[in-house]
Design a protein around this ligand. Structure first.
Ligand SMILES: Nc1ncnc2c1ncn2[C@@H]1O[C@H](COP(=O)(O)OP(=O)(O)O)[C@@H](O)[C@H]1O
Ligand SMILES: [Mg+2]
Length: 210
């Protein structure tokens, strides 16, 4: 399965999502590889930190810029799961990965500026579906702060009702644990923030349909 994590915005939690999905699979003993298609390299840095700190299970990551289609197809023959991270904009990496991916998962913070980028992504997915009929498009609400109330979340969920992106039931909260884990080469599933752990488990189960 080729799973693409992409969006038109930076700083929405894409790389963080990649690390947590990867750990979930690795812990279950599934074969997987991360592909870092963002020249900012947050994902490869996370994997290097993990390797240097000798945290088990090890999670392999390769860096690749430019066209990703051939690389992703090749890796999908060798690994059960290929999880690909891309930059927060419309890019060659995003477009060439979309052509071969089974699914795109796109994180959105429940803010107007993030949600404004949905339309462009929807159009892109519609275009790509002419070449890649199997492509499924999912969105997940990211960095949700429920202590501020649910108004923004309700607005976002309503917007996705009319979208070709299916919004995941589960969401990712705004929590320090994600920042901590990203800095130490870990997943929140390895830390002791129960809320973060619970929400990531729910999300992983939804994404991988288990
Ligand atoms: N759910 C979250 N709650 C709080 N901080 C987060 C969360 N997800 C990511 N972050 C932090 O936000 C910043 C951007 O996250 P990142 O995953 O690099 O986003 P992107 O890959 O979309 O640019 C990082 O500092 C990261 O630690
Ligand atoms: Mg990133």
């Amino acid at each position: 399965m080729i799973l693409l994590i992409g969006s038109q915005k930076g700083g929405v939690g894409k790389s963080t999502l990649c690390t947590n999905l990867a750990f979930f699979l690795a812990k279950k003993g599934r074969s997987l590889i991360l592909v870092d298609g963002d020249s900012q390299e947050s994902l490869s840095r996370w994997a290097s930190d993990r390797e240097e700190s000798e945290i088990s299970p090890q999670i392999s990551c390769i860096k690749k810029n430019g066209r990703l289609k051939a690389t992703l197809m090749d890796l999908s023959q060798k690994y059960e799961y290929v999880i690909c991270d891309t930059a927060g904009r419309d890019s060659v990496e995003l477009r060439t990965a979309l052509v071969v991916s089974d699914a795109i998962v796109s994180p959105f913070r429940p803010t107007q500026t993030d949600l404004d980028t949905l339309c462009h992504l929807e159009n892109l997915v519609e275009e790509v579906k002419d070449f890649n009929e199997k492509l499924k498009a999912f969105a997940v609400l990211s960095m949700v702060n429920r202590s501020k109330g649910k108004k923004e979340e309700i607005f976002a969920r309503d917007l996705f009702e009319r979208s070709n992106f299916k919004l995941m039931e589960s969401f990712i909260g705004d929590r320090k644990a994600y920042q901590k884990a990203m800095g130490t080469g870990e997943s929140v599933l390895e830390l002791d923030d129960k809320k973060a752990k619970d929400e990531i488990l729910k999300l992983c189960e939804e994404v991988f349909n288990v």
